[in-house]
Design a protein around this ligand. Structure first.
Ligand SMILES: Cc1cc2nc3c(=O)[nH]c(=O)nc-3n(C[C@H](O)[C@H](O)[C@H](O)COP(=O)(O)OP(=O)(O)OC[C@H]3O[C@@H](n4cnc5c(N)ncnc54)[C@H](O)[C@@H]3O)c2cc1C
Length: 558
């Protein structure tokens, strides 16, 4: 006989309204099974059901339930019937004080009873243990794997359910996903006492329940820090993509008291990349998630503090202090700041798209949605590398992938190696000179209107998944009036600030801005958010490191 994971022992639950009998049953069970199983006893059907619901939320396993038949309020059969809704796989034993054939027949019919036992069962070696041994053996042979991780119960087409899964996945928090209209999902909703009208429901490993949580609530629940430990730092880095992670690693490793602040999840755009093929040192490519995980561990190992679900909405200058304000009104100050906020996906503005975003339409690769594409016809808008990578990735499970490209060919916008990869996959189709005119569907995406830009002809196609990759823009509106930006919102640095040899307005130091320094001394920018940057992982990481070197130079001059 195999035994379950010893760190999370499965439960044997016994319920009897007579405290003496209840204790005796528990004692007999503990004597033989106590090392391998946790014996839990209750003295009423209601309290036993409460205990079962708590165990369900915590992801505990229940192997066998022993219920007394004659109990006030709720008899053993009524109890087992409800217990079955919570733990359908647990084996069920009914205990009676004397032969009660009627009860036994009822129990077999109503709760599919596994065994019927007469009390007292002395000696247990002959009358109790052989029965429980048999039931445990059959229970162990069934699928009884524990689910100790976070559980998310949601709806297939709920935008927030999709957002919660994406947040957990991108922060590399293991979770299991349950559809609210399937049996185990319903069981979890019942155990939490919710009717499923507000989804998703998130159940933490300890059994705590969150309904429609914000990213901040989720972060706090799963153990990600959301508030700074100190009031003043040497360096605040804003945005934890490759540039921010690079800056945090170099800042912290070179002795700067560093805090890295991230709105959503570490990794930025790179974290969403299925495979980065051109990053130095990874000849076989590396997934964005892997690179992010390593970088995050490296940054925290050097002592950088990492805040997640923390959006920066303002930057203020007061003498030598640079104060960074968060969306919740709180703030943190530092001697220096590195802006590494990168870029965010540009939104596609056609009728129907906004309403169906998160319900079949996704920006970026939304890796958690890839499993939902199994056997489906998937559409991707975009002709650049990110769209090409997504096409290759999604083609592993999808029935077909159609790449909708506005231009006449892929050559002008996509790397040669990706064009070749795509050409070699028979289920990927490239439709050039094609745009999406409208998205259709009530509660989720059901169809698209496509237009041929060459002849103006339109066509309706059935579609359940659309992924949009039409470029990205910096979201730097919050820097308006504080830091100089170019016409597209990218942050100007170093020589770009002084095109005519002039220093930025209000610039006080008697030196020109350093190479990655913005129009405010001591505030630097690195990576994609910087005007004229290379838009590559390697260059973002490199600029993050270089910005730290310039921070040191700035601090020395104070
Ligand atoms: C799907 C995809 C595949 C790619 N593949 C490759 C590839 O193979 N090779 C390659 O070299 N490049 C690739 N790129 C480009 C590369 O990922 C980017 O150039 C790189 O990630 C830029 O890094 P960054 O740190 O400057 O910005 P980003 O990666 O954009 O990170 C910025 C971070 O800042 C956060 N942030 C933004 N605003 C705020 C705020 N106000 N407060 C707090 N946090 C904020 C964001 O949430 C984000 O996490 C790819 C991009 C995508 C989208």
């Amino acid at each position: 006989m195999t035994t379950p994971d010893s760190t999370r022992r499965a439960v044997l639950l016994t319920v009897d309204d007579d405290p003496g009998v209840s204790r005796a049953v528990a004692r007999d069970l503990r004597r033989r099974y106590g090392e391998r199983y946790r014996v839990v006893r209750a003295e009423s059907g209601e309290s036993a059901l409460d205990a079962l619901r708590q165990m369900k939320l915590r992801g505990d396993l229940v192997a066998v339930i022993l219920a007394d038949y004659r109990m006030p309020q709720m008899n053993g059969i009524e109890f087992l019937e409800q217990a079955m809704d919570v733990y359908p796989g647990a084996r069920r034993i009914l205990l009676t004080a004397y032969a009660d054939t009627g009860a036994a027949i009822d129990a077999i019919n109503v709760v599919d009873l596994d065994h019927y036992l007469l009390k007292p069962w002395d000696p247990p070696e002959e009358k109790l243990y052989p029965v429980v041994d048999d039931l445990l053996e059959s229970w162990l042979a069934s699928d009884h794997r524990p689910v100790p991780e976070t559980k998310v119960v949601g709806h297939r087409w709920s935008a927030r359910s999709s957002g919660v899964r994406e947040f957990l996945a991108r922060n590399q928090i293991p979770y299991r996903w349950y559809l609210s209209d399937q049996s185990e999902g319903r069981r979890l909703l019942d155990a939490a006492g919710h009717d499923g009208m507000r989804l998703p429901l998130v159940i933490a490993p300890g059994g705590e329940v969150l309904v429609e949580p914000s990213d901040q609530d989720l972060a706090a629940q799963v153990g990600l820090a959301t508030t700074p430990a100190e009031e003043f730092y040497d360096l605040v880095v804003i945005g934890a993509g490759p540039a921010g992670l690079g800056a945090a690693v170099y800042g912290a490793s070179e002795g700067l008291n560093t805090v890295l602040v991230e709105r959503t999840a570490t990794g930025g755009q790179a974290g969403q990349s299925a495979r980065i093929e051109n990053y130095l040192g990874f000849p076989d490519g590396v997934s964005g998630a892997q690179l992010t995980d390593r970088a995050r561990r490296q940054a925290t190992r050097f002592g950088a503090e990492l805040l997640t679900a923390c959006e920066v909405t303002g930057l203020e200058v007061s003498g030598p202090a640079r104060t960074v304000r968060f969306a919740d009104g709180s703030s943190v100050s530092a001697q220096s700041v590195i802006l590494t906020t990168g870029v965010a996906y540009r939104l596609l503005d056609v009728p129907g798209l906004a309403e169906l975003t998160g319900r079949g339409i996704y920006y970026g690769s939304a890796l958690t949605e890839a499993a939902g594409c199994e056997g489906q016809d998937v559409y991707i808008v975009g002709g650049a590398n990110s769209a090409g990578q997504a096409a290759v990735y999604l083609s592993r499970g999808a029935k077909s992938v159609t790449l909708l490209v506005r231009g006449p060919s892929l050559e002008a916008s996509m790397s040669h190696y990706l064009i070749q990869q795509i050409a070699a996959i028979p289920t990927i189709r490239v439709r050039t000179a094609t745009v999406v005119d409208a998205a259709h569907g009530d509660d989720h995406l059901e169809g698209l209107t496509l237009r041929d830009t060459a002849n103006g002809g339109t066509e309706m196609v059935d579609a359940q998944r659309l992924f949009v990759f039409i470029g990205a823009a910096p979201r730097t509106e919050w820097l308006e009036g504080v830091v100089a930006r170019d016409a597209h919102g990218f942050v100007l640095t170093g020589p770009d600030l002084a095109a005519e040899g002039e220093r930025p307005p209000g610039w006080e130091p008697d030196r020109p801005p350093y190479h990655l320094e913005t129009s405010i001394p001591g505030v630097f920018a690195a990576g994609d958010v910087r005007s004229e940057s290379a838009k590559r992982v390697a260059s973002a990481v490199g600029e993050g490191a270089m910005a730290v070197m310039l921070v040191h130079r700035y601090l020395e001059g104070l």
